[in-house]
Design a protein. Structure first.
Ligand code: UDX
Length: 446
């Protein structure tokens, strides 16, 4: 099938690549000419395992093209994906200006029937607004061309985006039009071979499904972080509690890891957007507000432990920081807990020597050159001359470090672990003070 994707951000580019990979003929349109030029030269602007070779190969074989020419894009695909950004505006609601601009662009150029698909995460009711924008533009042109607007939310995880898209656990199609549904089924057929994973529903339910999924996951994390804080004060160990509750299949082991808060481009934004949507219809989204509050508070948990340890000795200290990205296998720093920690440490007059396997360039871009941040080439180098070690991201490379080396490099043998990577007894046995999350019984045994 011929498909067009507007917006080669994270979602758009991954979606385009996997569709080309299964044989569809995909044209990507973006207003950013530098990005389009790079992609046409095989340069992929984001780090995502498996994405670059997939883009390069499909581009070379002619199934994946990139252009800034919207008219060409609209002429190309019978299906037109909208995968542009929906950044939060000042009050936290999703800003639809880019989505609606694409809708009008499609309407301006289309001369055949088109299925227009919302892939961006958009508030409930957006499909109606897109329909309105397309219809109005067609009327202005004096054109009478049939079209359908479908909601088809994306559920990919950064770092596993390719496999999530190649083997989706569900394909949500929001539409009440039989032809549009048939077109979408055909498009997704190659991803659906083993088992039909399509869930067809009305467009508003599809829009809400995306928010409900992310908000449920964010709720699980904030719930566990609240339990961790309770465990800390009650002298219980949240890791034992986690295993104890996860064994109940109704609860499950997934997404119940306590930590230094959730980040990324989705959870913070989507929780906030659904709160605003609820506010807009005079519904007080009490759970979601609590989820957000707990998370904001959790992003300071490392700093609280650091202050607990150093008291008023923190000024002038150097902290080694392992992990800057909001989670492993990405260079994404959006809403990363590390950013809150960095700002708090600088505020307190401390310096940071940081290392992340992928997010160093991004850190440099965000914070620029400053005396109180030194980016180090390896995790070992980050330790050199530092007073203590802090861990923000659970990269595999941090899971089994050389504790002897850590001890010999640090001025004080103390580790602040925001991801509960180590066995507290073992670390304490090696002579460290070990501050983890919600493991009150085990800290400061060193
Ligand atoms: C998420 C959803 O998983 C995905 O389905 C949706 O399409 C987009 O949002 P992503 O933002 O890539 O994906 O990250 P995810 O792996 O879900 O992690 C989100 C955050 O939660 C990270 O900061 C992670 O560290 C944190 N997290 C996750 C926890 O703190 N504890 C957990 O148990 C799981």
């Amino acid at each position: 099938m011929k498909v067009t994707v507007f917006g080669v951000g994270y979602v758009g580019l991954v979606q385009a690549a996997v569709m080309a990979e299964v044989g569809h003929d995909v044209c990507c349109v973006d207003v950013d000419s530098a990005k389009v030029e790079d992609l046409n030269r095989g340069l992929v602007p984001i780090y995502e395992p498996g994405l670059e070779p997939m883009v390069k190969q499909n581009h070379a074989e002619g199934r994946l093209q990139f252009t800034t020419d919207a008219a060409q894009g609209v002429a190309h695909g019978e299906v037109q994906f909208i995968a542009v950004g929906t950044p939060p505006d000042e009050d936290g609601s999703a800003d639809l200006k880019y989505v609606l601009a694409v809708a009008r662009t499609v309407a301006q150029h289309m001369d055949k029937p088109r299925v227009i698909v919302n892939k961006s995460t958009v508030p409930v009711g957006t499909a109606d607004k897109v329909t309105q924008a397309v219809a109005t533009t067609l009327v202005e042109r004096g054109a009478d061309i049939p079209f359908q607007v479908v909601s088809n939310p994306e559920f990919l995880k950064e770092g596993a985006a390719i496999s999530d898209c190649m083997r989706p656990d569900r394909i949500v199609i929001g539409s009440s039009d039989a032809d549009a549904i048939a077109t979408m089924r055909e498009l997704y057929e190659p991803f659906n071979r083993q088992q039909d994973r399509t869930v067809v529903m009305d467009v508003r339910s599809a829009e809400l499904t995306k928010y409900a999924a992310n908000c449920m996951l964010a709720t699980k994390i904030s719930f566990m972080n609240e339990m961790a804080n309770l465990a800390e004060k009650l002298g219980a160990d949240i890791e034992a509690v986690r295993k104890g509750i996860g064994s109940d299949p109704r609860i499950g082991y997934h997404f119940i890891y306590p930590g230094c808060g959730y980040g990324g481009s989705c959870f913070p934004k989507d929780v906030q957007a659904l709160i605003r949507t609820a506010d807009g219809i005079e519904h007080d989204a009490q759970i979601l507000k609590a989820v957000e509050r707990v998370n904001d508070n959790q992003k300071s948990v490392l700093m609280r432990n650091i202050q607990r340890h150093f008291g008023d000795r923190l000024k002038g200290k150097t902290l080694a920081l392992w992990g800057l990205a909001f989670k492993p296998n990405t260079d994404d720093m959006r809403e990363a807990p590390s950013r809150v920690l960095l700002e708090a440490l600088w505020q307190a007059g401390a310096r940071v020597q940081a290392f992340d396997p992928e997010a160093m360039e991004e850190t440099q871009r965000i914070f620029g050159q400053r005396d109180d941040l030194v980016l180090m080439g390896t995790k070992e180098a980050a330790l050199h001359g530092a007073d203590a070690l802090v861990i923000c991201t659970e990269w595999q490379a941090f899971r089994a470090p050389d504790f002897e080396l850590i001890k010999s490099e640090l001025a004080e043998p103390v580790i602040f672990d925001g991801r509960n990577l180590y066995d507290p007894d073992r670390v304490a046995g090696r002579g460290f003070d070990y501050y983890a999350i919600g493991r009150g019984l085990s800290v400061q045994r060193g």
